[in-house]
Design a protein around this ligand. Structure first.
Ligand code: ME8
Length: 509
């Protein structure tokens, strides 16, 4: 059985989830569900990044006990994931004992191996992104230095532990060049080489002496572990790496046949594509197969983020349009190459066109016709009297069934959705040209039954192909059709199936 381990970033627990968090998590969930649907054994994780300067500062600012804030925020994230039908297999919180112990073990191991040493950390630091900048990488404005997201940098000069990442600069550059599929889309590898590798990779400061909100370092209790060193290892601690009960690590990480995929947006690609592979190399562990990087959701021409205060609340769309609508929109408009501008009008247009008019209305129309012309039972195909229009639809159905696995295997879910929408266009045309009401009036029953059988079967496949995204609608349709919808039912003939009335699935807005 094929296997895949897929992860989202773990989100900072410094506030509520926004549309950006929902975007990545939905994409990962949809990939996980599609892979499961085509027979993969899937392990999917997400969770909360709960240490570091930013978390500590926010709790202080809102006058809340840090742990209370973390519990509250983890709960809010999990409530959102439940509402959005996100089926993760493990939800990590980095303040939990298991995670902390494993990270300490890894630190001690790398320290013993001399990959970690003590020194003085002098750097321009972004407390918001928890990221180092050199003077050349920083953006200069009015004599001050800023990170790429526009936060002011703070100069740091303090004792620290360092990870010998500089030793691996050539290795990681070669790795990018030899493994063109490692980073998707591949142009991001060039960006990383230009921005971070060409000017020389510095050793990474991995501890903080002036902060105590982190995992204590056993080798020197005055320091805590830097949040990114701590956080990246969630991808191993989720699988119980370096514990007695490490079946999942053996099953999903050690087995080279298991596909490992990390998903995120571009601002954290440096950590996942440069530092994370180096850490794994130091531990003598295999690398992930793919780091998939998507663009940002933009609001008013700026990256939507908590620090900018321009975040969009996913709940308002879920409450007005339903969770399926948000899942569908974010997958349909997702882009690995570009950012996309979120507007209410855009959201509403896609909802009305794709979900209300095509998906929902098509089923209502077909069920209505079967009720009216065939006493609620899907008719059989006579195979005689098939005309050009019937043949066209049969061919289109075959085509999409031939292609869908390829789309799923190559993470091109958006392309699959485009194929599905094209099919709806064709089916609408098929109805208009066949004019079943005239066939009925003229008592051309064999033609009418062929038409209804062909359109019902094809539409059923389209519903199944969208089922990993439209989880709620699928449940409702299963009741209408009295059928458990899964990918094994693709390409089946549903003749003789008894169906029930179909209330509108997506009301027009
Ligand atoms: O970076 N558009 O956490 P974070 C698209 N804790 N995606 C967005 C987005 C936007 N405007 N805003 C956020 C961290 N995201 C670290 C990660 S992983 C070991 C540690 C999504 O809460 C996107 O996936 O800032 C991005 O990479 C992630 O949220 C950042 O979440």
């Amino acid at each position: 059985m094929k296997k895949i381990y897929i992860t989202t970033p773990i989100y900072y627990s410094s506030g509520k989830p926004h549309l950006g968090h929902a975007y990545t998590t939905i994409l990962a969930d949809v990939i996980a569900k599609y892979k499961k649907a085509i027979g993969y054994d899937v392990f999917f994780t997400t969770g909360m990044d709960e240490h570091g300067q930013k978390i500590f500062d926010v709790a202080k600012k809102i006058k809340k006990d840090v742990e209370q804030m973390l519990d509250d925020n983890a709960k809010i994230f999990q409530e959102l994931w439940k509402k959005l039908d996100i089926s993760y297999d493990f939800f990590v919180r980095t303040t939990k004992q298991k995670h902390k112990k494993i990270v300490q073990k890894i630190f001690s191991y790398l320290y013993k191996k001399k990959y970690i040493y003590e020194g003085i950390w002098t750097s321009y630091y972004c407390p918001n992104c928890e990221e180092n900048y050199t003077k050349t990488q920083a953006i200069k404005k009015n004599g001050k230095l800023f990170c790429k997201l526009g936060h002011e940098l703070v100069f740091k000069n303090e004792p620290s532990f360092f990870l010998k990442t500089s030793k691996f600069q050539q290795w990681i550059t070669n790795y990018f060049q030899k493994h063109q599929n490692f980073i998707y889309p591949s142009f991001r590898a060039k960006e990383l080489i230009n921005n971070f590798l060409e000017e020389g990779l510095k050793d990474l400061s991995i501890s903080r002496k002036t902060l105590h909100w982190g995992i204590p370092i056993k080798e020197n209790k005055e320091h805590v572990i830097y949040v990114w060193f701590d956080a990246l290892f969630n991808y191993l601690t989720n699988l119980d790496f370096a514990t007695k009960k490490c079946q999942n690590f053996t099953k999903y990480w050690k087995d080279k046949k298991c596909e490992i995929v990390h998903l995120m947006s571009k601002e954290i690609s440096r950590f996942h594509c440069i530092y994370w592979p180096i850490m794994l190399k130091m531990l003598n562990l295999r690398l992930p197969n793919k780091v998939i990087i998507h663009g940002w959701i933009i609001n008013n021409n700026e990256k939507m983020s908590k620090s900018k205060g321009n975040v969009i609340d996913p709940w308002q769309y879920i409450n007005n349009f339903g969770s399926d609508a948000l899942r569908y929109f974010l997958v349909k408009e997702s882009s690995f190459e570009n950012d996309f501008n979120f507007t209410d009008k855009f959201f509403c247009d896609v909802y009305n066109h794709d979900l209300a008019n095509n998906y929902g209305n098509m089923l209502t129309r077909i069920v209505g016709m079967i009720k009216k012309y065939c006493h609620d039972v899907v008719p059989s195909l006579t195979k005689t009297n098939l005309d050009h229009n019937d043949q066209k639809i049969i061919i289109k159905r075959k085509e999409i069934l031939k292609k869908y696995k390829n789309f799923i295997n190559n993470y091109k879910i958006k392309d699959l959705l485009n194929e599905v929408q094209n099919s709806y266009l064709l089916l609408n045309k098929y109805i208009d040209e066949t004019k079943p009401w005239i066939l009925f009036k003229n008592r051309e029953f064999s033609k009418l039954f062929n038409f209804l059988n062909i359109i019902f079967n094809f539409n059923c496949d389209l519903i199944i192909l969208l089922s990993p995204i439209l989880t709620q609608a699928t449940k409702r349709i299963e009741k209408i059709l009295h059928l458990k919808l899964n990918f094994e039912l693709l390409n089946k003939d549903h003749a003789k199936l008894k169906i029930h009335s179909c209330p509108p699935l997506f009301e027009r807005k």
